[in-house]
Design a protein around this ligand. Structure first.
Ligand SMILES: Cc1ncc(COP(=O)(O)O)c(C=O)c1O
Length: 367
């Protein structure tokens, strides 16, 4: 499928000057009109193609057996994931979405205060939870390409630092650190504090093995990798994720975990992992949606970051609030904004036909 044009300074300039051409396909969907039955949700980085047919069938069956606790079944899901990742089962914690694993990591390391080093902007669940626990969050601005500034993050580590958070690809910018860059950062920092690598979106592309930090876990480094069934698998409402880390860290996390797994979620996740055809379909649709979105942004001369997530972060050139209001008028919920970029907003990918509706609404608003 398509790959996005990298955000070089030149393409940014060309884009803002409106000089990049468009290869947008003709619209095949009712132009700019939202479908009957409610607002389009292009706001929360969900994947409306999911759950997969196999996951759905498993969830329906599991709901009827919902009187059970998912004890043996969670163990089975752990074994399947462990085999796929090439790690022992005691390197894995199954969690209620990856956000439970992220928060439990904060609980283990930041509950007595100290510091957390994270990027700004980034996915806020772990940093804001650490702050609530009494930790001081050192927010390190992204670099000029909207990527984690790893050198500045390393420089921000102090004797008080208890945890380091890297979101790869980053939410809301979608920018990727290569496995090579990340492993060098981990090698330079993990002795000072554990590094959490949030890989919620990494499986949206086929080159995950090249960029994942799981190899650092296998090397015995002080690293916690988190993953989720909420994005590629389209199961955000079923709440399944997991962490991969050295056994001693997983043990400490399991002791402080908040909840037990949903039987329905576990059964659906187990089925979804086997449904390779759906996963490839899902990946391809997300890439297609990204291409539709980048094409219309190019056409309108609006700069955007090259995304490896199921969302695009772009410059509205004005107040994101105004943009969100206009999209709401058009029946589309979209446009989350994040400091410190006062004019930028994030659009989540939906279904292909929904992105054509969005494209028409963007044209109407920005043309
Ligand atoms: C980077 C990142 N990590 C983690 C999550 C949490 O997802 P979940 O708890 O559904 O696994 C999200 C959700 O949007 C995210 O963007």
């Amino acid at each position: 499928m398509s790959t996005l044009t990298p955000l070089s300074r030149r393409s940014l300039l060309l884009a803002s000057a409106g000089l990049l051409g468009s290869s947008l396909a003709p619209l095949t969907f009712a132009q700019g009109r939202p479908p009957a039955g409610g607002m389009l949700r292009l706001i929360a980085n969900e994947n409306p193609y999911g759950p997969s047919p196999a996951a759905l069938a498993a969830a329906e069956k599991a709901a009827a057996e919902g009187w059970k606790y998912a004890m043996r079944e969670t163990g089975e899901l752990k074994r399947i994931i462990a085999a796929a990742e090439g790690v022992p089962t005691n390197n894995i914690m199954i969690s209620a979405g990856s956000s439970e694993a992220l928060r439990v990591a904060a609980l283990v390391y930041c509950r007595s205060g100290g510091g957390l080093v994270a990027a700004l902007p980034t996915f806020s669940f772990l940093p804001s939870y650490a702050r609530s626990l009494g930790a001081t969050v050192s927010e390190v601005p992204l670099d000029s390409d909207m990527r984690h500034d790893l050198a500045a993050m390393e420089a921000a580590i102090t004797a008080d630092t208890r945890l380091i958070y890297v979101c790869n690809p980053n939410n809301p910018t979608g920018t990727l650190l290569t496995g090579k860059e990340l492993r060098a950062f981990i090698d330079a920092t993990e002795q000072r504090a554990p590094v959490v690598v949030d890989e919620a979106y990494l499986d949206l592309w086929d080159d995950m093995p090249e960029h994942t930090a799981v190899s650092s876990v296998l090397d015995g480094k002080n690293v916690i990798v988190t993953r989720t069934f909420s994005k590629l698998h389209g199961m955000a409402g079923l709440r399944v994720g997991y962490a991969i880390a050295p056994a001693a860290i997983i043990k400490a996390m399991e002791e402080l975990r908040i909840t037990q797994m949903s039987y329905t979620g576990v059964m659906a996740a187990t089925a979804s992992l086997q449904d390779k055809e759906f996963l490839q379909f899902s990946r391809e649709r997300i890439h297609e949606c990204l291409q539709i979105t980048s094409n219309v942004l190019d056409e309108l001369g609006l700069p955007y970051a090259p995304s490896r997530g199921n969302f695009v972060y772009f410059d509205t050139g004005d107040s994101p609030r105004k943009f969100m209001g206009a999209m709401r008028e058009a029946g589309i919920l979209t446009g989350m904004s994040y400091a410190p970029y006062p004019t930028w907003a994030r659009i989540s990918m939906g279904k292909v036909e929904q992105m054509h509706v969005l494209a028409a609404a963007l044209r109407k608003h920005f043309a």
